[in-house]
Design a protein around this ligand. Sequence first.
Ligand code: TMP
Length: 207
Amino acid sequence: MRGRFITLEGGEGAGKSTMMERVAGWLRVSGQRVVRTREPGGTILAEKLRDILLDRNNLLLSGKAELLLMFAARAQHLDELIRPALARGDCVLCDRFTDATWAYQGGGRGLPREDIAVLETLVHGDLQPDLTLLLDLPVDQGLRRASRRSEADRFEQEPPDFFGKVRQAYLDRAAADPERFAVIDASPGIEEVWAQIHAVLQARLAP
Ligand code: TMP
């Protein structure tokens, strides 16, 4: 039987890294082999595409090229890492996946939904995450948290209005597919956020 495919999503500063750590720990303790990965990236080639996508000097990168590079990185990641791991029965825990494309390139950039849908079908029409944890928080709070980290990448330089659209697009996707998504309020402290996620994991994944 194929392993479970779990994704974490959210805007900037939502605390995904900390929660990835905790979710991976919970899965291991519950007896699963866990492959932890991220997008864009996750393999040597896809990480090279990530560098291009996040490099703040790439001012001329067009919206369409950005979309195609996201899916190019994803195609490589799926073929090289995600599909083989799931086929082995491992649980794949991925920091962002195609919901991020719907949110950032679709919501934020306003690229046509039909284009995203075509690429999604081409790259992984047969495969969707089993569970997606959406860490949701107000844009200004997320940007304040993110600004305390390293230098802003190409996406983090976008204006607050862009992230408002990203947030809304994520929430719309979650509302359209409540069976796959769990929306987590990421605005309180770490322990409170973890308590919500832990409850979701127990309810949806505990044997
Ligand atoms: P990260 O910093 O959370 O790892 O994500 C990298 C950036 O890439 C983040 O700003 C969101 C963006 N992104 C997209 O715009 N589209 C996508 O499909 C993915 C996976 C990420």
